[in-house]
Design a protein around this ligand. Structure first.
Ligand SMILES: N[C@@H](CCC(=O)N[C@@H](CS)C(=O)NCC(=O)O)C(=O)O
Length: 197
């Protein structure tokens, strides 16, 4: 299966990471992001939003890293990574939404400004980060994993931009439970890293 990919993207990395953890082989198609290749054919034909990652598995074409995590986990990972029960799915889903909202607009946005010169509001990104990181810390002081007392795609969705936050001027110095959680993720069998993590 093909992954249209950007090595420095945390959203692409979370897909590569799950694939590695569940033993799915990806045919990585690097996209020349700086040249705007994600806004041209073939990527724009697969994802009219013009964003990476994009996964193509036979007839299945998916955009959005959270959606791709759900698909890969459900199709190839068994119930460990994406549970079967409604309440359990809801518990994981809470964190997928957090990844797409607070983490995307907080640590990810701060990094985009500092590392890639994006014209985003850095103050807002820091304010969103200052809201979500203590909540994450409190949750992880009481729980080893974000959902279901085990590693799931909830952890993989939230982890990359939290771990990359230092590239946006954030520090995890005051968040020991987050640091320990990152350490646990790095110990998972099959774990792979990305530049900056
Ligand atoms: N919700 C999407 C966001 C994807 C996203 O923003 N991707 C970035 C790279 S990390 C991108 O392609 N940006 C291009 C653009 O916004 O024009 C996801 O989780 O995959």
């Amino acid at each position: 299966m093909k992954l249209y990919d950007l090595e420095l993207s945390g959203n692409c990395y979370k897909v590569r990471l799950l694939a590695a953890l569940i033993g799915v082989e990806l045919d990585i198609k690097p996209v020349d992001f700086l040249d705007g290749a994600h806004k041209r054919s073939p990527v724009i034909d697969l994802n009219p939003f013009g964003e990476l990652p994009v996964l193509v598995d036979g007839e299945v074409v998916l955009r959005d890293s959270q959606a791709i995590l759900v698909y890969l986990a459900r199709q190839y990972g068994g119930h460990q990574w994406w549970p079967d029960g409604a309440a359990q799915q809801g518990e994981v889903m809470q964190w997928l939404s957090t990844a797409a909202n607070e983490i995307f607009n907080g640590p990810n946005a701060a990094r985009l400004v500092d590392k890639f010169g994006s014209a985003l509001d850095k103050e807002r990104a820091l304010a969103v980060s200052a809201h979500i990181l203590p909540l994450l810390e409190q949750h992880l002081q009481r729980n080893e994993w974000l959902a279901l007392d085990r590693p799931t795609i909830a952890d993989l969705a939230v982890f990359p931009y939290v771990a990359l936050g230092w590239e946006g001027g954030l520090t995890l110095e005051n968040y020991p439970a987050i640091q320990d959680w990152i350490g646990r993720i790095k110990q998972l069998p099959g774990y792979i890293d990305m530049p900056g993590i």
